[in-house]
Design a protein. Structure first.
Length: 404
């Protein structure tokens, strides 16, 4: 009888323990789900209030992908959801791919960051205001080359859509920078010596990419495929519309006068400045590589010292453009500080496109976010608010306050 009582007591104790464990597990599950619902509802509310059609986002914690999600639509008309695998052009974040290709070409001994670019070009690029001053790849990659984007020419003349073909990059650059060319103008250059003034230049980035193509004998699309896309298994990424599956490509939208319209997909003449198309899922692998000194998992894509040079702050107290405060704005090789020097990486903006690829300076928490909708300039802060919500969510994930 005592044995039966003992067995009954043991069974009862085990039953109670299992019930408590189940309640505890359910409690953990609920606390795990609630924060996710919270960030989801917050983003969905803000995107709906702003009129943003689709968002893709990823959070990287300690150089590892920790969280991804998509919101809204890649195609609103056909109710196709925006997913982490949805492809979209990433605008100026593409410059970091050009920067990586520059450093890979340095590794191969094909270029030098401080060589006169005219050593590599079949035509001369000279600032007429300072004809005896050389321009280098480092100048181009830190936007201190004294080469300018002439507006509105740049936005009016370098985007093509509806099956039109862009002017070949080399022809365009020669016509833009060489006196007598059909795009030449003194306003294509600023009145400052190379290295002394930071003036953001998309066309300068196009020139840097063209030099890499000349020196490697490969288009950026081919060179990137060999040294970035294949090693990182970025099978759905490319530089041209022809290289990716258009069925997985997001539509692009623009909000004007409180009305949202779809805009056609396009390509750019100066594609090294903004031509890459990828997903937040695949871009996260590239960003991790940059944050991790050129290595992804067990694969090294770039020598450590060259990866460090790519993201090293190039502006110092003894070597700073006249119009820059290095603690607030600094630059790597097509890599920059943002948000008052508190973030590193790159942003992007093109018609129908707004993108962020930013990490804190310590590389603890990084966020990638794609928006497939352009807003008016006065509403630009709405993109940043959503980015900041994701960044704060990443901090909580890292601190263990949340478990995704």
């Amino acid at each position: 009888m005592k044995k039966l009582k003992a067995e009954f007591s043991l069974i009862l104790s085990l039953t109670i323990l299992l019930c408590l464990q189940n309640l505890s597990a359910q409690s953990i599950i609920n606390t795990q789900k609630q924060p996710t619902r919270s960030i989801d509802s917050l983003i969905e509310k803000k995107m709906n209030d702003a009129g943003i059609i689709g968002i893709g986002a990823a959070i990287i914690i300690d150089k590892k992908l920790a969280w991804t999600n998509g919101y809204g639509y890649a195609d609103e008309e056909n109710k196709i959801p925006f997913k982490p695998t949805t492809i979209m052009n990433i605008a100026s974040i593409s410059k970091t791919f050009t920067g990586f290709c520059i450093m890979k070409a340095v590794e191969e001994g094909k270029v030098d960051l401080d060589e006169d670019i005219n050593h590599y070009l079949p035509f001369k690029v000279i600032n007429p205001n300072f004809p005896n001053e050389k321009i280098t790849l480092r100048h181009l990659a830190t936007h201190t080359s004294s080469l300018a984007d002439r507006y509105p020419f740049y936005t009016d003349s370098t985007y093509v859509s509806n099956g039109q073909k862009p002017e070949p990059l080399g022809d365009f650059l020669k016509n833009y920078f060489v006196k007598g060319g059909k795009h030449y103008d003194r306003d294509n250059f600023i009145n400052s010596k190379p290295g002394t003034n930071r003036d953001y230049s998309n066309i300068g980035a196009g020139l840097a990419g063209y030099i890499i193509e000349l020196r490697t004998g490969q288009k950026l699309s081919e060179y990137s495929k060999k040294y970035i896309f294949k090693p990182l298994k970025m099978k759905n990424s490319g530089w041209n519309l022809s290289e990716i599956n258009s069925n997985n490509h997001s539509k692009l939208y623009q909000k004007e006068n409180n009305k949202i319209k779809s805009i056609p997909l396009y390509e750019g003449t100066t594609y090294p400045d903004g031509g890459v198309r990828t997903s937040v899922d695949e871009l996260s692998r590239f960003f991790i590589t940059l944050l991790n000194d050129g290595k992804y998992n067990n694969t090294r894509l770039l020598k450590k010292e060259l990866a460090e040079e790519m993201i090293r702050f190039q502006f110092t107290q003894s070597n700073t453009p006249d119009n820059v405060k290095p603690d607030k704005l600094n630059s790597g090789i097509f890599w920059a500080t943002k948000m008052g020097g508190t973030r590193i990486g790159h942003n992007g903006s093109d018609p129908g496109v707004r993108t962020f690829m930013l990490s804190d300076v310590k590389k603890d928490v990084a966020v990638i976010v794609f928006f497939n909708t352009s807003l008016r300039e006065a509403d630009e802060d709405k993109f940043f608010y959503i980015y900041e919500d994701l960044y704060k969510y990443g901090i909580k994930l890292r601190s263990g306050l949340l478990q995704n």
